[in-house]
Design a protein. Sequence first.
Length: 289
Amino acid sequence: MNKQKISKAIIPVAGLGTRLLPISKSIPKEMVPVVDRPLIQHVVEEALAAGLNEIILVTRGGKSAVEDHFDHHYELETELEKKGKTQLLEQLRAIVPPELKVTSVRQDQALGLGHAVACAAHLIGEDEAFAVLLPDVLVKPQASMSEQCDLATMVTTFQASHAAQIMVEQVPLADVERYGIADCAGQDLVAGSSTAMRGVVEKPSPEQAPSQLAVVGRYILPGKIMPLLAQTQPGAGNEIQLTDAIDTLIAEDKVEAFCMAGRSFDCGHIPGWLQANQVLGREAGLLAD
Ligand code: G1P
């Protein structure tokens, strides 16, 4: 099998961020800081670390700060250069490394995650695999691990097997109704590796959940998911769900659950965001233990 290059990552950023109100009233939730940089910068850095250098932001009006963050800021750069603030200048320029290409497309109606991903369909080749990263969730390697990145493992696994990779982690039963939940036929999952998936359901009740394996918000998908998304009818919450298109894909293609080896922080709500700042702030040596 040919090793397919995967370089595109779709990042949906059109959400309203209601769970972060009032912080997100007039700033995009993706610009909320986690330790020393906005949430979106962590997510783009994760994509770059996995070799995904073509970022496709699915956005909407009122969110231009997200795009601006990945643009050069000439006035600021010139000023820092003039003042000889080299370290700061380098930090600033590192946000936009030469290999990073950012494109944005608009989601003109809030019809769900599946719809957001489908808004970028014209930018993805028919046989081109791509990643989806949900920016509410931060995925970081364990503090004890080196810089090993789960997303990079998912990319290489896809390249070897051509099976779609969906990152999952175990959650408490009471939380299953907040996530897509994978059905892996009761198999035991091993952290850092992939297991065949036989179904996935969006936000099931605890009684109906096939497992407690929650979809974390990192996906490597084949291009053929796009026509499936185009046919997907509204599901949970009356939204077009990416989960439902993946469930359809399982009938015709290999799909695997990748068991996260790192840690996730749900920064889309206040407790998760505070926890990320506390844990990562301490690890960065910026907060006392
Ligand atoms: C989305 C997905 C869901 C996934 C979750 C991860 O839901 O639809 O399958 O488990 O992200 O955060 P949302 O949080 O947008 O409701």
